[in-house]
Design a protein around this ligand. Structure first.
Ligand code: DHB
Ligand code: FE
Length: 281
């Protein structure tokens, strides 16, 4: 059976792509953010995952407001990266892990999740930037399965439903007939609001409480409705639902899940940036 080795969570602000492109990592504005990543790069170098299952939210690139799936799972042999308007350089295509995609899709549908399957899927900054932060030199040495969770247009899935989805994904990975090592990535958050009267809103207290909860009581955030989460984290802060899905996927490993690294820095652009790594075993 496949080995679920751990989970990672990272913010995905487009400006990070610009900073990498311009080589600004050591500048005072960026240094506290980029300083979080070398321990993650080291961890990945030791753990050597073969496959990354990526919970992320598309931002109008692959799904626009006219057709908005709540949950969509990639089932493509290749995922091309494109930029939906931030002006950041794109990365070469990512190779898909087709066998795991279909295994996940079959498992999720059998568990009554009405997902959209995507045999073609463009991926945006949310899918690609964490991979670039994890493997800054060259291409990421993993195949991927992107799973899109709508946090862009209401109605959003509840935290409770997202936790259930994550748990089902974890069960499917653990039951995948393969000798590959799989890590789960959550891309998004933490608190931020890009528009409206509360543009610039950040909630450090809630972010830190949420990060702690993923260690001590992973289901804590399922008590909140989508609107509660918007109120507490901002209209785009609800991206933290990806973190909940990732942690739920790891819950199949029970008490063997240990948090091994974290970073939190405010702000990059309009966002409170968070980074966490969980190891199984
Ligand atoms: C920003 C944050 C995001 O999550 C995103 O998708 C786009 C922009 C920002 O803070 O600039
Ligand atoms: Fe985003």
């Amino acid at each position: 059976m496949a080995q679920l080795i751990g989970g990672l969570a990272s913010s995905h602000i487009p400006a990070i792509g610009g900073a990498i492109h311009k080589g600004l990592q050591a500048e005072s504005y960026w240094a506290p953010f980029f300083a979080g990543y070398p321990p993650v790069q080291k961890w990945l170098g030791e753990q050597k995952p073969d496959v990354m299952v990526i919970f992320y939210n598309d931002h109008g690139l692959n799904f626009f407001l006219d057709k908005m799936p709540t949950f969509a799972v990639g089932a493509a042999a290749q995922y091309d990266n494109a930029d939906e308007g931030w002006g950041i350089p794109t990365l070469p295509p990512f190779k898909g892990e087709l066998d795991l995609s279909w295994h996940l899709i079959n498992h999720l549908v059998a568990k009554d999740f009405d997902i959209v399957t995507c045999q073609e899927m463009l991926v945006d900054h949310a899918c690609t930037l964490p991979l670039k932060l994890f493997w800054p030199e060259g291409e990421a040495p993993v195949t991927i399965v992107p799973i899109n969770i709508n946090t862009v247009q209401f109605p959003l899935p509840s935290a409770k439903r997202v936790y259930a989805l994550g748990k089902a994904v974890g069960e499917a990975i653990a039951a995948w007939d393969s000798n590959k090592k799989v890590a789960v990535l959550a891309s998004g958050g933490l608190s931020h609001q890009l528009d409206g009267e509360r543009a610039g809103f950040i909630n450090k207290d809630f972010d830190l409480q949420f990060m702690d909860s993923l260690v001590s009581n992973p289901e804590w955030a399922t008590q909140f409705s989508s609107l509660d989460l918007v109120e507490k984290t901002g209209t785009q802060g609800v991206e933290l639902l990806m973190w909940l899905a990732m942690r739920a996927a790891l819950s199949v490993a029970g008490p063997r899940v240990k948090d091994v690294h974290r970073n939190y820095h405010i702000p990059i652009s309009n966002t409170a940036t968070g980074l966490m790594v969980f190891q199984v075993g």
